[in-house]
Design a protein around this ligand. Sequence first.
Ligand code: SAM
Length: 160
Amino acid sequence: INSNEVRQVMSSYWMDHSKDASLEEMMLDTQAESLAQSEHPEILSLLPPYEGKRIIELGAGIGRFTGVLAKKASHVTAVDFMESFIKKNKDANSHHKNVDFKQADVTVLKCPEKSFDLVFSNWLMMYLTNEEVLALARNMLSWLKEDGFVFFRESCFHQS
Ligand SMILES: C[S@@+](CC[C@H](N)C(=O)[O-])C[C@H]1O[C@@H](n2cnc3c(N)ncnc32)[C@H](O)[C@@H]1O
């Protein structure tokens, strides 16, 4: 299976899992609501200070973090490749005037160099191949300003 086929498989996987754009569907978990509530504060507590900073959020989904980040950040770019997730995120968070919503696949995303203080992602890299993660890592570093941070979090049932 070549890299184009991987992209097709992954995007049709998320097409199937974004039909309702519900929390349960996006988190692939029937207990999503309680899981979301318990992990939210923990995740946010691990972030470097981001008051007044420029953030890009990759694989933002329906925007569980977008609005929270937007309250303190100077600007948030929320990226996801599923139209229905972006729409749901917009419905929830477009009252924050400092958020841009961008429908794009992160594996082909282009951003200006040194344009963000923080790259944030939660449960994204596990849907990319090793090669895609490597290429994205290079890109993320180029998008960061000096002294910027990359934050990513993944969950694995099995060691990987
Ligand atoms: C498990 S959800 C997590 C969503 C959100 N980060 C959260 O924690 O609530 C994974 C998200 O990554 C998005 N995604 C997966 N692969 C992507 C890609 N290559 N480019 C952009 N978004 C992607 C999916 O559409 C989905 O919204």
